[in-house]
Design a protein around this ligand. Sequence first.
Ligand code: UT7
Length: 323
Amino acid sequence: MYSSRIVYTGSYVPERIVTNDELSKIVDTNDEWISSRTGIKKRHVSEGENASDLATKTANAIIERGNINPLDIELIIVATVSSDYSTPSTACVVQANIGAKNAVAFDITAACSGFVYALSVADKFIKTGVYKNVMVIGTEVLSKLTDWTDRTTCVLFGDGSAGAFVERSESGGIIAEDIGSDGKKGMSLTVNHILASNVFNGMEKEAPSCINMDGKAVFQFATRQVPKSINKIIEETKISIDDIKYVVPHQANYRIIEVISRKTGIPMDKFYINIENYANTSSATIPIALDEMVQAGMLERGDKILITGFGGGLTWGSMLIEW
Ligand code: UT7
């Protein structure tokens, strides 16, 4: 069986930065509350670019870095909850924009676990020999789905995009994974509920709703489920914590990461954290972190890293990767 290895990464975030102080001018909040409860200091917010625009810039960054011929790309998977359209998929828009006309393209929806889920799907296509390469992108413009009058959610999210080019390899790459879903808890985080109104049933057409979250329920879920998921991978692979160079967690809340560290016994200094600069960009947090780490020269071939995501669905997903 083949292995799937991340060979290039790329990212793109909108230029406009909104600080906590700026947010405190539009809702009743303050830098102290946001920083101490979440670790967030600022976020990037779109000035009009949509999810596919961000994803296209990410794809082009990857293409440039890897000197990839777009015609050689075999599959494009985009993870997003904020796509421009229900159809065409964001992946199809990206395919057209980058001229990857030989690729198959589709989106998947697994919210903040989206990048891990997409990587898992890419891995299956590669391991079974169907494709030799896959472009995997997480992209979100959450600012268009945010209720900017709700201080309990609007301070938490940001816009951004990042991705990875995954290739067939003889060894290393994705070593183990644990992905899961708990649909019974799904209503604790919903986005864009669209009612089944039509001309025959007399239901009023309502505007789709914004991000709606029971923060405490999601916090509890994450701090229970993610340590279990990481521990499962550690037990299955028998890897020692010393041999894990970094954990790259979904960046939703600094305090969630502290609990994960405590419950898994993995020291905090192994966790890569950049939530202060981006807030929660859902499917984009993990690949943005990976791209930053690559650009900073923090990852060498052979390093073992753990990535772990959690969020809407509710869903979770962890992977042990040999870089
Ligand atoms: O990507 C995956 C999805 N999301 C998550 O993983 C998020 C998980 N949940 C969390 O990170 C945390 O639950 C939050 C950051 C959302 C909330 O933190 P918390 O410590 O659970 O705060 P809380 O909801 O208990 O609110 C405490 C207080 C409340 O006031 P009272 O009732 O104690 O008077 C809130 O009304 O803080 C108030 N509050 C705020 N105050 C200032 C809530 N939001 C704000 C705000 N600024 N932005």
